[in-house]
Design a protein around this ligand. Structure first.
Ligand code: PMP
Length: 353
């Protein structure tokens, strides 16, 4: 151990899903969209003025903020944009969770939450999902330092109805409630309509899933103007220029093409529902996912074994070995119809069906 190591902030980092280098794989492990981004994105990149890269981008990200605001019926002051929703969420944690009381979130959820809490020294407590992997609303109606949960939850895909989400927000008016809607476009109702009513609500969304732009890194947040201002103040306290000129143009082009967005989302939903039927035939156990993945376990093979067998056949899914309660489950992202057909063939081969 070097003597300077005593002053180092030591953390156990989040483990992102694998991004394998091979080309001929079926990648169902990080909830990306199997369809390309809106055609306008390719056009914007092709026509992009490279010379503009000499200059710093707009620190306000004004053009993209405005485009998102218009699309979601908000004012520009009610929108915050970051480098993927991970950046948006991390900045929100740093800004909003400053109480001595613990923040609360589900025990089985997006595994970045406890990583940020530990990184920023935020006390936290987790609330167990029920036996059907559902969030228990009553558990969130307690004294706390802030609330965060994804809706639909990840990795379970379980959706909470809007009136239940509202009960949590209404019961926590003294703290900030963050609803992480990374997957909301695949079948849920956004809590954004509640922002007018609740100044303590932040709704976070991303371009990475429903807009096929995980590689571009764009996330955003909708909320009360004063809250958004506080979050911007923190952002400007560590990095002013977060999104590149090119990213801003791509983001605007994507936001403008509602028809393409809706078409892609519909395709993913249709394939998801087909996948549910096929998994059921093969004895899998899973809930009614409203996201772009299904969290399922086989009735005849362990999660780890199935994960390894699929990988041998060049199909990547996500397996979480912890907590034990979910170690037989696989999180299967929804690919194209063709990819999911191959996935089923490989399952039959592995399971001897
Ligand atoms: N929230 C949840 C629940 C997620 O699953 C993810 C994806 N890993 C994110 C946020 C972050 O996504 P991104 O940074 O790509 O917007």
């Amino acid at each position: 151990m070097y003597s300077w190591e005593q002053n180092i902030r030591k953390v156990i980092p989040y483990t992102p899903g694998e991004q394998p280098k091979e080309k001929d794989i079926i990648k169902l492990n990080t909830n990306e969209n199997p369809y390309p981004p809106a055609p306008g994105v390719a056009k914007a990149i092709k026509e992009f003025d490279t010379n503009s890269l000499r200059k710093y981008p707009d620190p306000l990200i004004g053009k993209l903020v405005h485009s998102i605001a218009v699309n979601y019926g908000m004012r520009d002051e009610e929108v915050f944009v970051g480098v993927g929703s991970d950046d948006v969420l991390a900045t929100a944690f740093l800004t909003c969770f400053n109480s001595d009381k613990p923040i609360i979130f589900p025990d089985i959820t997006y595994s970045f939450y406890d990583v940020w809490a530990k990184l920023f020294n935020i006390p936290f407590e987790t609330k167990a999902l029920d036996e059907n992997f559902k969030i228990v609303t009553e558990d969130y109606l307690c004294d706390n330092g802030g609330v965060i949960f994804p809706n639909p939850n990840a990795p379970t895909g379980e959706l909470m109805e809007l009136d239940e989400v509202e009960r949590i927000i209404a019961a926590n008016r003294d703290v900030v409630v963050i609803v992480d809607e990374a997957y909301i476009d695949f079948g849920g109702t956004s809590a954004k309509s509640l922002i007018k009513k609740y100044d303590n609500l932040l709704v976070v969304q991303t371009y990475s899933k429903s807009r096929s732009l995980a590689g571009m890194r764009i996330g955003f947040m909708l909320g009360n103007e004063k809250l958004v201002k506080y979050i911007n103040d923190v952002k400007y306290s560590y990095n002013s220029y977060t999104l590149s000129n090119l990213t801003i143009e791509a983001g605007v082009a994507s936001m403008e093409d509602t028809a393409y967005f809706e078409e892609c989302v519909k395709k993913v939903i249709d394939v998801r529902e087909w996948t549910k039927v096929e998994l059921k035939k093969r004895g899998f156990i899973f809930g009614d996912s409203k996201s772009n993945f299904i969290f399922a376990k086989s009735d005849r093979m362990s999660g780890n074994k199935l994960f390894e067998e699929l990988k041998k056949r060049k199909i990547y899914v996500r397996h979480f070995s912890k907590p034990e309660r979910i170690d037989d489950y696989l999180r299967i992202s929804i690919g194209t119809a063709e990819e999911m057909k191959i996935f089923m063939e490989k399952l039959d081969e592995i399971l001897g069906l």
